[in-house]
Design a binder for this molecule. Structure first.
Ligand SMILES: Nc1ncnc2c1ncn2[C@@H]1O[C@H](COP(=O)(O)OP(=O)(O)O)[C@@H](O)[C@H]1O
Ligand SMILES: [Mg+2]
Length: 231
């Protein structure tokens, strides 16, 4: 089953057309990478899914149903959780309050506050600290923990490796592969070749507002992938 699909989506901020016919799809339990250089429109794909742009043409399907009038909560209501670029931690709420916000959709599933704290013990130790007091790596754990609290069928991560030390990126790769193995769909928006290679099965390259290249990652070397991203 398709969880999320863009079909020839054209999207604008004001008069600025950023997406120029974007087509891609993520099926249940698939691990897919959306890659591309800075400024090609990757985050605009996420913003468009959340209703943050004007869609002039094309359609977006959630669970195979065409969805008009997207809002900030449309994705959440359809079992999609998003780890925003820059993490989107609420700095003046505590770690635990940030996590509880993620559970606001009250979807049932394996992830609870206790399970998240077991996965990331530091979030338990620091449960009463404000979000701003966390390190970058801890904020990324909190952002992922908050997303998992929604018990999503599809987890979207927008450049999660940004600003993380390599050893923490290794942990992130292992976690994403495990989540995928457990049946969660993953849409990994990234420029980190090593992370993409370890996590994703398929890729789409975004360039100049549309998908320039796509395919399986099994037979693509790191150099080839780097070449695609440089388009
Ligand atoms: N809110 C906005 N209003 C107008 N233009 C924007 C806005 N956000 C991003 N842009 C522009 O849209 C283009 C794509 O940005 P973005 O989607 O953030 O790229 P990426 O995530 O691939 O780095 C860039 O040229 C950027 O300057
Ligand atoms: Mg971005």
């Amino acid at each position: 089953m398709s969880l999320l699909a863009f079909h020839d989506v054209h999207a604008l901020y004001g008069q600025a057309r950023i997406l120029n016919g974007v087509t891609f799809e993520v099926g249940a339990g698939e691990r897919v990478a959306l890659v591309g250089r800075n400024g090609v429109g990757k985050t605009t794909v996420v913003n468009t899914l959340c209703g943050g742009t004007r869609v002039a043409q094309g359609r977006i399907e959630l669970r195979g149903r065409p969805t008009k009038d997207l809002r900030g909560y449309s994705a959440a209501q359809n079992g999609i959780a998003i780890v925003l670029q820059g993490r989107g931690i609420l700095p003046n709420l505590t770690v635990e309050e940030n996590l509880l916000l993620g559970g606001a959709t009250a979807r049932r599933g394996p992830w609870t506050l206790a399970k998240i704290q077991e996965l990331f013990p530091i979030l338990s130790e620091r449960r009463s600290n404000p979000g701003w007091a966390l390190s970058g790596g801890q904020q990324q754990m909190l952002a992922i923990g908050r997303a998992l609290m929604a018990n999503p069928d599809l987890l979207i991560l927008d450049e999660p490796s940004e600003g993380l030390a390599p050893v923490i990126v290794d942990d992130l790769a292992a976690l994403l592969v495990q989540l995928g193995t457990d049946g969660m769909g993953i849409l990994l928006i990234e420029q980190n070749i090593s992370l993409i290679h370890r996590v994703a099965e398929r890729f789409y390259v975004l360039s100049k507002g549309s998908v320039a290249e796509s395919g399986s990652l099994h037979n693509v070397s790191r150099d080839e992938l780097q070449g695609h991203i440089a388009i």
